[in-house]
Every structure is written in structure tokens, then in C-alpha cells.
Design a protein around this ligand. Sequence first.
Ligand code: ATP
Length: 335
Amino acid sequence: MKRICVLPGDGIGPEVVECAVSIVKGATDDLEFVPADIGQAAYEKVGSYLPAETLQLMRSCDSSLFGAITSVEGPEYDPPVLRFRKELDLYANLRPVRTLVQVPNRAPIDVVIVRENSEGMYTQNEVYDDGGVTTLRRVTKKGSERIVDFAIQYALANGRRGITCVHKANVLRASDGLFVNIFREQMRTRGKGLQASEQLVDSAAMKLLTDPSAFDVIVTLNLYGDILSDVAAGVAGGLGFAPSGNIGPKHSVFEPAHGSAPDIAGKGVANPTAAVLAGAMMLNHIGLPESAWRIERAVSDFYSSGHLTTDMGGRHGSKSYTEHILRNLAAQPHR
Ligand code: ATP
């Protein structure tokens, strides 16, 4: 039996993870769930936002399902998400965004953002001097090669039609230029039948909003991917719709792309869809595609039958949403 480390975290994290776990349990009996502390709860218990025991458990489980963490200000704070991404070598951040409910004045979207997850602007290498701060932004050949390779393998395995490399090589000529050159080379040698295109990050942000069908898979650097995936989520209806997977050679952590949303925590109104779809991504990743497909279908049936979550102006909070999805799952024939 496969083991899943469950990391609820802060804010709406515990609410949406609880929904996701019960829905994953509704789709498969093949998993054991092991809870672990992260974020504020961990700090209050053991004085660390990412305790060594939690990290060890994440390493020993087959995958992890994580909620969200509220960032703490101050120079001493070491963000747990950046730390577990680094410690577990989760170099690829996979963020699919698909329209489930028609949003007024928004075109349908079906985009997968493959974001480099280990370097770029997220190395936290900031040097202070009298005049200010210099942030060191790292783009390596190895990091670029493996993320482009990941995007190609993903696109081929999932029947996608093409990959757009999003960058800012007109300004960051050396670093983003390296990334684009690796993209060109790998698409030429390994992109078998996939369309290759390139777009500057600023115009890509606008186009995601005005003509999302122009994109299929996007491969991009860390900060651009972070920002573009929120733009894409906005097109699909908001952050409640965007799941995310942090994937490495050995380990993986799945989470909603949103944060801890302290403004709505404890009100029962958080949309669990992103966390639930993250659970489905996790099932796919650990070799349970049938169960993943059943969850995806139960979620799309919920929206296509006219139900709406509170973030979309509807009446379904987290609890009622979860009950509906569980009912949809129970009513489904197996494929
Ligand atoms: P953090 O500091 O943890 O990143 P945040 O509130 O700054 O928290 P998000 O958590 O990403 O950032 O939320 C941004 C906005 O989107 C919030 O106003 C929140 O209410 C809304 N939001 C985020 N996730 C959801 C969700 N699952 N359901 C409904 N609304 C959400």
C-alpha cells in the first residue's frame, strides 16, 4: 500500500486538504495517509516551520499532499516551501489550468505551465550593501535542460500539441538567452512532432488573458511561471481552480497553487477544487490514473451540472462541495 504524507499547513490549507483527502479516499482504498506538521502549527509545537521529522516523512512516503503556509516576515524566516523544494530536489512545478466553469468575459483556457522550480529568482541569494540589495538570479545549463526535457516528456505523454518557451531574453540576454537556446536545441532533437514557439513574458501575460487558446504547454523560468500561473488561474475563475505538482527524480509534493488565504480561513467558503485536483495529479503520478480520472470527472460533472462554489458566486462552500463530489464519485461507473 502506498503512503501519502498529509501536510495541512496554515489558513485555508487544513480545510481544503481535509476535503481533498476525503475525496481521494472516495476514489481509492489503496493509500495510507500519514499526517505531519508544517507552518505555524509545527512552529508552535517544536519551534520549526519545517521540522526534520516532517521532511524525513516526506522523503519516506510515496508522495505528499500539502495545503498552504502563511509567510512570516523577518530575516530569520526560512520559507518551508522553498526548503522542501530544495531538499527533495523538486525541480519541476507542473501547473495545469483548465476552464471548468464559464467565466463572464473570459475565453476558455486549457494550459499547462511547466515552471522551473529550483533556481532563477528563488535562490534567496540576496546581498546587502550600503546602497541597497543585490539579488542573484541563477540560470544553469543543467537546470534549464532538465526542465525543458520534463516539459517535452510531459507534452508527448499527454498528447499535447506544442510547447511555448516564455522568457525575457531581449533584456536578460545571457541568462534567459541560455534557457531559450536549450529549448530550441531540445525541441529540435527531441520534440518529435511538437510545435515549438517562443514568447516574451510580458506579452505572454497579456495573451493568456486575451487569447488563451494560443497556448498549450508553457515552459518557463521560476518567477515567470509563478506569475503566469496566477494569471491563468484568474482566466479559469480564480485561484481555487489551479492545482500544482512539485516533482523531482525521487520525490513529489502536490498542492493547490493558491496560498493560505487568511482572509477567508475558517469561514467554510474556500473552494477545494485546486486541492482536490492536486490530489488527482498525485494519483496520476504514483500510478493510480483510473482513480485520478474518476476525481477529475466528478469535479467537472459538478460544475457542468450547474453547481457553483462560493468564489464563483454560488452557494457551495467546502463542505457541500465535498459532499457533491463524493456523491458523483459513488455514482460513477468504472472506466
Ligand atoms: P498567502 O500569504 O498565504 O499567499 P494570500 O491571501 O496573500 O495568502 P492567496 O492565498 O493565494 O494569497 O489568496 C489570494 C486571494 O485569492 C485571497 O483573497 C483569497 O480569498 C482568494 N483565494 C485563494 N484561494 C482560494 C480558494 N481556494 N477559494 C476561494 N478563494 C481563494
